[in-house]
Design a protein around this ligand. Structure first.
Ligand code: ZN
Length: 138
């Protein structure tokens, strides 16, 4: 059911500085960047072959990501696993007894998604994602 790692998300304090560092150090191209008002974050993607590194920074002081950054500092935020059918994935995870953060898929930057609680995955937030149909060139 899980087809690949879609992206690995890293929370950063300064998106411009982090993008430049990932570009300069690893030589990764700088991809799409977008503000997500509902999630109170700005994100930027660095394509890594068939997957992405997603840099994420809070745009408000009291969002979930802002609290995470304040508490834990910069670093790994979540790993995103791609699935072809988000509803089927949700039903299967519930049947397997997964601890979910949201009981229904939400609109994420890249598609429809839900999250598994880190308590059930040994400390790592896991996103399951059904991507929107690709319109851009890859
Ligand atoms: Zn994500």
């Amino acid at each position: 059911m899980i087809s690949k790692i879609n992206h690995i998300a890293i929370v950063v304090g300064d998106l411009d500085a982090a993008l430049q560092a990932y570009h300069d150090t690893l030589g990764l191209p700088i991809g799409e960047r977008k503000v997500m008002p509902q999630q109170e974050v700005e994100i930027a993607f660095l394509p890594t072959g068939d997957s992405l590194i997603e840099l994420i920074t809070p745009t408000t002081e009291d969002s979930g990501v802002a609290k995470y950054l304040a508490k834990r500092g910069e670093g790994l935020h979540h790993i995103c696993l791609e699935v072809p059918d988000i509803e089927a994935a949700l039903a299967e995870m519930l049947a397997r007894g997964a601890q979910l953060i949201n009981e229904a898929p939400v609109q994420a930057a890249e598609g429809r998604a839900f999250f598994l609680h880190p308590k059930g995955t040994h400390g790592v937030l896991i996103e399951l994602l059904e991507p929107y149909p690709q319109a851009d060139s890859e």
